[in-house]
Design a protein around this ligand. Structure first.
Ligand SMILES: Cc1cc2nc3c(=O)[nH]c(=O)nc-3n(C[C@H](O)[C@H](O)[C@H](O)COP(=O)(O)OP(=O)(O)OC[C@H]3O[C@@H](n4cnc5c(N)ncnc54)[C@H](O)[C@@H]3O)c2cc1C
Length: 284
């Protein structure tokens, strides 16, 4: 439980952090709240030579509205700060998910940027960012790029981020009155991680069908995914129960000591239906 020896530097600015990551040539890693990287280092599953502490960079914190209607959430914003933010309070799926992530320490120290860079296949925020069609803003000494959430999560603990890049912020579509959203999960009680977690956004009801439906699923496959077959079924006029039967279409469902393949697939189906129903109910 003792990490291998490493150097520690506290970055004085984002540019300073980026220069240090670039100089590390793959052997330097950022630390934000330390809730995931420190356990990994203690288990020696991660052995960075240098930890670049970005935790005090005020420029990466906070929530703001952008002129194009998007809402930017700084990478260093903690779960607790998101929970207390007035703008984010309008997102039903965040209000559902945030109070149940980890424990008080995790919510006080864990950051949204750290969560998605770590990319645990069972973490909650990726499903939410997928359902919202969010964008990840990544910066390196080479410049800035915007990565759609749908292209960000590539495998278990694998993202499209380069070793010398930092996430600076997440961009969410502005809250709209004509869509409802919800998050539903069955969690492994000891850790709080989802056995199956589902974020749903629905809207634009007309006559007998939903014009808009977006569903992100975590905890089920090798990485969080958009349940496109569910979305298409809902838009095609299927009931939520019929659509939910497609929750795991095309996905290799994970099996572990907490849930075997069959049980996890069943939980996913039930949670998709519940998330869709709860999202629709928020539209009144
Ligand atoms: C007991 C416990 C329970 C938990 N329960 C849950 C749960 O129920 N649901 C859930 O979703 N999660 C859960 N988590 C995970 C938690 O959400 C993450 O540990 C936390 O959000 C990671 O953020 P951090 O700031 O602590 O990241 P760190 O641990 O500091 O960093 C994690 C990784 O991200 C990288 N990184 C950090 N910030 C950036 C950045 N801005 N740009 C690029 N790379 C970056 C680091 O280099 C490192 O590789 C739990 C964790 C613990 C310890």
């Amino acid at each position: 439980m003792i990490p291998a020896a490493f150097d520690y530097v506290r970055a004085t600015s984002v540019d300073d952090a980026l220069a240090r990551l670039a100089a590390g040539d793959g052997s330097a890693k950022a630390i934000a709240g330390g809730q995931s990287i420190l356990p990994l280092m203690k288990l020696r599953l991660a052995r960075p030579e240098t930890l670049v502490d970005i935790g005090r960079l005020a420029e990466l914190k906070g929530v703001r509205r952008l002129s194009d209607g998007l809402v930017a959430v700084g990478a260093l914003t903690t779960y607790d700060e998101m929970l207390r933010d007035e703008v984010l309070g309008h997102y039903g799926l965040l209000a559902d998910a945030l109070p149940n992530i980890g424990d008080v320490q995790v919510r006080n120290l864990g950051t949204i940027g750290g969560s998605i860079a770590h990319a645990d296949p069972a973490s909650d925020m990726p499903a939410i960012l997928l359902a919202l069609d969010a964008e990840v803003v990544a910066r390196s000494a080479r410049g800035e790029r915007i990565i759609p959430a749908t292209a960000f999560f590539q495998g278990a603990f694998v993202t499209s981020l380069d070793a010398d890049e930092l996430i600076t912020e997440l961009r969410l579509p502005g809250g709209r009155d004509d869509v409802g959203s919800a998050y539903r999960a069955i969690e492994q009680p000891a850790s709080g991680y989802s056995i199956a977690g589902v974020a749903a956004v629905v809207g634009a009801w007309s006559v007998d069908r939903w014009g808009f439906c977006s569903v992100g699923v975590t905890g089920v496959g090798e990485h969080p995914y958009r349940a496109s077959a569910v979305e298409a079924a809902v838009r095609g006029g299927a009931s939520f129960e019929e659509a939910a039967a497609h929750a795991c279409d095309g996905v290799s469902v994970a099996s572990d000591i907490h849930a075997d393949r069959e049980y996890r697939a069943h939980v996913a189906t039930v949670q998709v239906r519940r998330a869709l129903e709860a999202a629709a109910a928020r539209l009144g």
